[in-house]
Design a protein around this ligand. Structure first.
Ligand code: AMP
Length: 410
């Protein structure tokens, strides 16, 4: 992927060329389109991943797209909160560098230095404010800053902000901000306190995880791709071809879906067989042998049929849909990463499955951040309108599961 495919203005792209950035980092590739699309973001990323440019570039682009940017009295529309003065200075320096070819201005605000000098600069008008929470509030309280024009709020290193005891300041700042805004939350780790904060702050966030800093040691890498339902088989076929995977076990909820996936993938040139209860014993053994011997690349199975399947070196499991019973997810992904091998579990997620994904995350006690696979990005207009029918079905399932109650949570 190149930066030029990310819908950024030449004013920004030329800086990246000068800096010698060849291509977006992983977090940039995922965050930039989501931010440009106006979505909230919950990103797990540490320093060194390129996270600063991941939020700065698209926010500058959004400012460039606004006609008001040329108005003489600049009212800040971007606020970046950081835990420390050092980080604030560093982020602000990045903003200035990336904005060098534009007339967008930025200001850094932190404590321990003259507040009057900062107030004078604020009064002159500025587009982007990068601040530590305490001093920012001082300005709000003394009337040198009004936050009602903020449209984009960024939390950089949110975990450190909470560790440093800034929660009260954050709550006070939030009260001053317009409710209608875009909020981006970056954190190196995700604790329950961060989840609580994210619930309060974010609306339907795109979740991105580019490092495994906080994930429990586990030899199955779990990836969730948000994708439109009608592009799921195309996405799987693409991944199999691109990665030259020889043995992929795909799970579907129903026999008919298994057959449909099988047909589509066979048509796409990938040797695939379905594996479900409608097959006679002989046929099942035949299909399984073909799969184990590499005669077919993909096996599409239902949960019931797959129970007890043991394929020693299975590298990839795909959840075509999230199972209705969250514990089945654990069984499914447990088919790979066996005997000390590493494995990948890829889950194809569409908005209809939101509640089911939540259930899985509860069972795992872990967030499964969604990603977009370039070329298979979901149609965001469709994503915003989940099918009521399916959501209700999912809710019913959830209610049912709760009612059954007794299942052990791992
Ligand atoms: P950060 O994670 O934001 O602290 O950035 C880490 C370093 O990576 C900074 O020095 C950036 O200038 C640099 N950087 C950011 N994006 C890229 C990129 N796409 N290619 C090369 N270097 C980058």
């Amino acid at each position: 992927m190149s930066f030029s495919s990310l819908a950024l203005s030449d004013k920004l792209l030329s800086v990246l060329t000068e800096k010698g950035y060849q291509q977006p980092t992983a977090i940039q590739a995922e965050a930039i389109p989501a931010i440009l699309a106006g979505q909230d973001l919950m990103a797990s990323a540490q320093t060194g991943t390129g996270k600063t440019a991941a939020f700065t570039l698209p926010l500058l682009q959004l400012l460039l797209d606004k006609p008001v940017n040329n108005a003489p009295t600049k009212r800040a529309s971007v606020l970046v909160l950081t835990p420390t003065r050092e980080l604030a200075v560093q982020v602000n320096s990045n903003v200035s560098q990336y904005a060098v070819n534009t007339d967008i201005s930025s200001l850094v605000i932190y404590g321990g230095v003259s507040i009057d000098a900062q107030a004078t600069k604020l009064a002159a008008g500025v587009d982007v404010i990068v601040a530590t929470p305490g001093r920012l509030l001082d300005h709000v309280r003394r009337g040198s800053l009004n936050l009602s024009s903020i449209e984009h709020l960024v939390f950089d290193e949110a975990d450190r902000m909470l560790d440093m005891g800034f929660m009260d300041e954050i709550s006070a700042i939030l009260k001053q901000l317009p409710a209608k805004r875009q909020t981006l939350l970056f954190s190196a780790t995700f604790s329950s306190a961060i989840y609580d904060l994210s619930k309060k702050l974010l609306q339907k966030p795109v979740r991105i995880e580019v490092d495994k800093a906080n994930s429990a040691a586990h030899n199955v890498e779990q990836i969730v791709y948000a994708v439109d339902s009608d592009r799921k088989t195309a996405l799987i076929s693409h991944l199999i071809s691109k990665n030259d995977w020889h043995q992929v076990l795909i799970f579907s909820r129903k026999k008919q879906t298994a057959d449909q996936i099988c047909q589509k993938m066979t048509a796409a040139g990938i040797e695939t067989k379905a594996f479900h209860g409608d097959l006679g014993q002989g046929a099942r053994e035949q299909v399984l042998n073909d799969f184990k011997q590499g005669k077919i690349k993909a096996l599409v199975a239902t949960d019931v049929a797959a129970r007890g399947l043991d394929i020693v070196e299975l590298k990839v499991v795909v959840n075509y849909e999230i199972p209705f019973v969250a514990e089945d997810y654990v069984h499914r992904i447990g088919r790979t990463g066996r005997a000390g091998n590493t494995g990948k579990a890829i889950t194809l997620y569409s908005e209809d499955d939101a509640l089911l994904l939540e259930e899985v995350e509860t069972v795992l006690d872990k967030r499964l951040p969604q990603q977009w696979l370039p070329g298979f990005e979901p149609d965001l207009t469709k994503m915003e309108q989940p099918s009521r029918k399916n959501s209700k079905a999912a809710q019913r399932q959830r209610a049912k599961k709760r009612a059954l109650g007794g299942k052990k949570r791992r």
